[in-house]
Design a protein around this ligand. Sequence first.
Ligand code: SF4
Ligand code: SF4
Length: 183
Amino acid sequence: MSAVKQEQKCLAHAIQEYCGCNVFVCYQCGRCSAGCPVAFAFDWQPRQLIRLIQLDRWADVLAAHTPWLCASCLTCAARCPQGLDVAKVMDAIRMLVRQEGCPIPEPVVEAFHTTFLDMIRQRGRQHELSLMARFKLRGGGLGKDVPLGVRMLGKGKLRLSGQRAGQGGVLARIFAQAGGKPK
Ligand code: SF4
Ligand code: SF4
């Protein structure tokens, strides 16, 4: 993690630069945490994570597993009486972790996101069989789900061949605008 950056910039402001959210509107009512369907798996509840940001606790926030387990369902944003989009804050934390070069707290989740986006970038849509094969190669556990995959193939739930969608140029422009590197 960049110690210089931590000294120079307030974490809340760094988050606001990424996603436009002002965490200081939060008054800790807890409605976001109470409604979150994934809260049981988090190390910090959404409400607690927002408080850590207010307190400028860089190390705790960048090491938190919560943003990587968040399902981006937006329940928290819909429930917040202050209109704080907590899901956007989760996005911003993930971006900051990567920008600061910190260890990814949930590398398997990150491997899935990267694999998913790579496939969209290349094909314009998903092909589940290729997605899972590439994900397993990247995230480990290659042989773990083979029996399940074979059963799904047999039931027609997975297709051997995939389709492409969209035009390469359009996809490249979308990724370029979103900050990704077109391949
Ligand atoms: S967006 Fe994330 S933090 Fe918010 S309710 Fe859904 S899973 Fe929980
Ligand atoms: S619902 Fe909004 S105000 Fe309440 S704790 Fe969550 S982020 Fe803060």
